[in-house]
Design a protein around this ligand. Structure first.
Ligand code: T4K
Length: 412
């Protein structure tokens, strides 16, 4: 992937790119995060059933069915479905009794941090391992203080973080261990499904995720008492009509969401297949482009292939990640810079911890290199090949591209 592409062999004329005035390669925007949708007829039938029953939410039959199927697929005793993963995180963090400080990566979606800060728990940002996208367990250990109550590992892109090392630290130091598995539904780690590690894990079923329930999330766990507590908290603390025994909130999944979840569970294999075809097309199409690395997936585990993640080496490619982003946007390819600029550089954390970046050198470098490309069931192999061609042309014409962008063309 990293071999140098000789300029002379490319024979590409500048007008091939939209920043030089060509028609955009794609007439309509190509998104990162277009929903994967199962069978429309089956979904509408479920919605019809819901309307017939006039049961729209509050532990409905579709939601219970969805919970049962997710728990079975993941191989855990409990799945508690929620309205979204952010609320699921907030609830499980509280149910686990996390307080004071909790160690998390800064390289994650802001919801991981906000779910803590929302309840006055300080997120302590930890660096990723060198060359990696996941928490560095050695750095985690250094950040533990008497106020630390837990660790939240994030399985970014559906790849497990260093579960074993984090479990060992949590056990030895008496800390709670939660995993933000928002990206990892349908993925495994060393033969065991993600969702069954730590005290609990949280999935997101947001529209942009591998499996969506419109909006949605879930806590999965093998801890019976924790699951009971979370079910209570999800429904205002009600144990019976007129009887509330605990402070709670409203985190319930509604029936229309569960209907979508069930429909999409039936189509999961097709989603993986479409993602994998696209991933392979990207692998082929990006081969040999200097300075452009497609993040590999672990070969021995189940993956949902929902994310096509590039790292751009500015020196070798002759273009920065942001240059490439501008080139792609001009072509109607809405690539994304997740998780730029890192949680520590977003408010309120940026003001709380103005020097956090000093402890996060690898995160700081990573957020400037990563670019996500479109995939999912609405992206075809032809689309993926077209995107690769744009990247290839841009790198081949790097100096002309830089000059053009410096003139203000393709401003993001
Ligand atoms: N932890 C992690 C590690 C996460 O990544 C997330 C969410 C969470 C926790 C919290 O999960 P939830 O509470 O959301 O369940 C998106 C998603 O909103 C968010 O769920 C996701 N991570 C994050 C990585 O991406 P935005 O602000 O980038 O979304 P937006 O509106 O820009 O949409 C992305 C693209 O998807 C757009 O180009 C358009 C397309 N799209 C989007 C929607 C909603 C569609 O085509 N159709 C749609 O219905 O955050």
């Amino acid at each position: 992937m990293d071999a140098v592409t000789p300029r002379a062999e490319t024979a590409i004329a500048p007008y091939d790119l939209a920043i030089f005035g060509a028609e955009p390669r794609f007439p309509k925007p190509l998104h990162v995060g277009r929903p994967n949708l199962g069978d429309r007829g089956a979904y509408l039938e479920r919605i019809d059933g819901m309307l017939q029953r006039q049961w729209l939410t509050n532990d409905g039959e579709l939601a219970r069915d969805f919970e049962r199927r997710v728990a079975e697929l993941v191989g855990v005793r409990h799945c508690v479905a929620m309205c979204n993963a952010t609320v699921a995180l907030e609830i499980v963090i509280r149910a686990l009794g996390m307080t004071g400080e909790v160690i998390i990566p800064s390289f994650t979606f802001i919801a991981t941090a906000h779910a803590l800060q929302w309840q006055q728990i300080t997120p302590v940002f930890c660096d990723v391992a060198p060359g990696e996208h996941h928490l560095d367990p050695e750095r985690v250990e250094e950040l533990i203080t008497p106020r630390t109550s837990g660790i939240i590992g994030v399985h970014v892109w559906g790849d497990a973080c260093d579960v074993e090392a984090l479990e060992e630290i949590a056990r030895r130091r008496g800390l709670r261990l939660l995993f933000d598995a928002a990206h990892a539904f349908g993925c495994s780690h060393q033969g065991r499904m993600i969702g069954s590690f730590g005290n609990a894990e949280v999935f997101s079923f947001h529209a942009t995720k591998f499996l969506n329930t419109l909006e949605g999330g879930a806590v999965v766990t093998n801890d019976d008492a924790l699951a009971d507590q979370i079910r209570l908290m999800r429904n205002f603390g009600f144990v019976d009509y007129d009887k509330v025994i605990y402070i709670g909130t409203n985190g319930k999944m509604n029936e229309a969401s569960a209907a979508m979840g069930l429909t999409n569970l039936d189509a999961m294999d097709d989603f993986v297949d479409a993602n994998l075809q696209n991933y392979r097309a990207y692998q082929r199409g990006l081969e040999g482009i200097r300075g452009v690395t497609l993040r590999p997936y672990a070969p021995d585990d189940r993956r949902n292939y929902q994310y096509v993640v590039l790292e751009i080496d500015r020196e070798r490619a002759g273009l920065s990640r942001d240059d490439l982003l501008r080139v792609l946007r001009a072509e109607n390819v809405l690539a994304r810079r997740y998780f730029y600029p890192g949680c520590h550089r977003m408010e309120p954390y940026r003001s709380f911890f103005p020097h956090a970046h000093l402890l996060l050198p690898h995160t700081e470098a990573l957020v400037k290199r990563v670019l996500l490309l479109p995939t999912g069931t609405s992206v075809t192999v032809d689309d993926a090949e077209g995107v690769c061609q744009i990247v290839r042309n841009a790198v081949a014409l790097e100096s002309e591209v830089r000059e053009r962008l410096a003139g203000g063309c393709g401003a993001a």
